[in-house]
Design a protein around this ligand. Structure first.
Ligand SMILES: Cc1cc2nc3c(=O)[nH]c(=O)nc-3n(C[C@H](O)[C@H](O)[C@H](O)COP(=O)(O)OP(=O)(O)OC[C@H]3O[C@@H](n4cnc5c(N)ncnc54)[C@H](O)[C@@H]3O)c2cc1C
Length: 369
């Protein structure tokens, strides 16, 4: 028998974006329903490195840079708040990210970045090779200097996700796993809910946060959303003691120290929705990683990871209203930075749902851009 239920807000997709939105909505007293077709966090979110790379990921000033800096600044308070509410540590590590230059060209680009990011008021430190050798011996292969970004932190994705969902549940959110949204309820130009194989769920507001699948769901709801999958493969290596005190990031690979593990990522492959792990991709990142940090060759392999990032053609997420359609908001296309951007996305969507003016200019992230 079909059930029909009404919610304030129905969020389609229980990745880091959907769960963060649920948390921020629940904090404002709303009772969101999150519908997830698999298990919470089981897609792009479980594969991610958890870098809060507001500076390391950005080559030039852009609205995404500003959004990333704003989101990163929310993390310390969020970590404490979530610990109180959920009892779960999100493993926020504040040791920074070292961006190694591996050629003269790379050095020139990073020197330029050192300058413009400094001019925006962010911390950057330039480190010459002699200093790297003095402090880290033979940890690194050939380098051409490095940019240290002390405020680019990192978290453990699934700990963050668990913490957000426990906290949101305590505040009244509801999470429904193994339930696929297969269509949208519509009255005229308003989306009024979603349809699943087990029932219809009406909502004042539907939020589309289905990661790489958002473009497909957009079509079902009657609008174009250019979000596509970008496959990423990574590896977790076993470490008894940390190999590096901070994240090391360079062309071809990055190494993110976790508790008793080293995350080594990640490929970028446009192969549709194929999620099968392929040795070629893993071989490439491992050989790049070992070239840049030779001691990694001795580590034991623990696990390989694969996920589909929600890509967009200009690399910017879509956050906000759908032109010509009421009752639905989009939060998708966060590509390489969904974990970094989860808190600010949760805040912005909550502002829109509760009728407040967002604290951010959303035009660069609009569907009509
Ligand atoms: C290898 C790799 C490394 C990364 N490293 C970083 C990093 O260091 N820092 C960073 O910030 N980001 C990183 N990312 C990117 C980040 O993981 C993503 O941007 C983020 O996870 C996107 O979150 P999401 O909730 O939009 O998507 P997802 O986590 O994919 O969640 C979307 C959810 O929607 C569900 N869904 C889809 N269709 C339906 C449907 N019809 N009905 C119900 N549910 C549905 C899916 O099952 C899925 O669980 C990385 C990604 C990869 C793959």
């Amino acid at each position: 028998m079909q059930t029909q239920t009404h919610y304030d807000v129905c969020i389609v997709g229980g990745g880091i974006i959907g769960c963060s939105i649920a948390y921020y909505l629940a904090k404002q007293g709303l009772r969101p329903l999150v519908i997830e077709k698999n298990t919470l966090g089981s897609q792009s979110t479980q594969a991610g490195a958890g870098m809060l790379g507001a500076q390391v990921e950005m080559d030039e000033p852009s609205p995404l840079y500003d959004l990333g800096i704003a989101s990163r600044s929310l993390y310390k308070e969020l970590a404490a708040e979530l610990k109180d509410l959920s009892g779960v540590e999100i493993e926020l590590q504040t040791s920074g990210i070292l961006r190694l230059a591996v050629s003269e060209e790379d050095r020139a680009a990073l020197r330029a970045r050192h300058k413009w990011q400094g001019e925006t008021g962010q911390k950057t430190e330039w480190i010459e090779d002699e200093e790297l050798r003095r402090d880290f011996g033979n940890l690194f292969g050939p380098t051409f200097g490095a940019l240290f970004l002390p405020d680019d932190h990192q978290v453990r994705n699934l700990a963050l996700l668990r913490s957000l969902t426990i906290a949101a549940t305590r505040l009244g959110a509801i999470f429904m796993e193994h339930t696929e949204v297969i269509g949208f309820l519509r009255q005229g130009n308003r989306i009024t809910g979603v349809e699943t194989p087990t029932g219809k769920f009406e909502a004042d507001q539907v939020i589309l946060a289905a990661g790489a699948w958002s473009g497909i769901l957009g079509k079902w709801a009657g609008f174009d959303l250019s979000v596509f999958p970008v496959k990423g493969q990574a590896v977790l290596a076993r470490t008894l003691a940390p190999v590096t005190p901070f994240t090391v990031f360079t062309h071809g690979a990055y190494m993110v120290p976790k508790v008793n593990q080293l995350y080594i990522g990640a490929t970028m492959e446009q192969v549709g929705f194929d999620q099968s792990p392929a040795l070629q991709g893993i071989a490439r990142i491992l050989s790049d990683a070992i070239r840049i940090m030779p001691p990694l060759a001795k580590l034991g392999m623990e696990q390989s990871l694969v996920g589909l990032r929600p890509g967009s053609s200009d690399g910017l997420p879509f956050i906000g209203e759908v032109p010509g359609l009421k009752g639905i908001l989009v939060a998708s296309g966060h590509f390489r930075n969904g974990v970094l951007l989860a808190p600010i996305t949760g805040q912005i969507i909550t502002e829109l749902v509760t009728g407040h003016k967002p604290g951010f200019d959303l035009s660069p992230f609009s569907l009509a851009r």
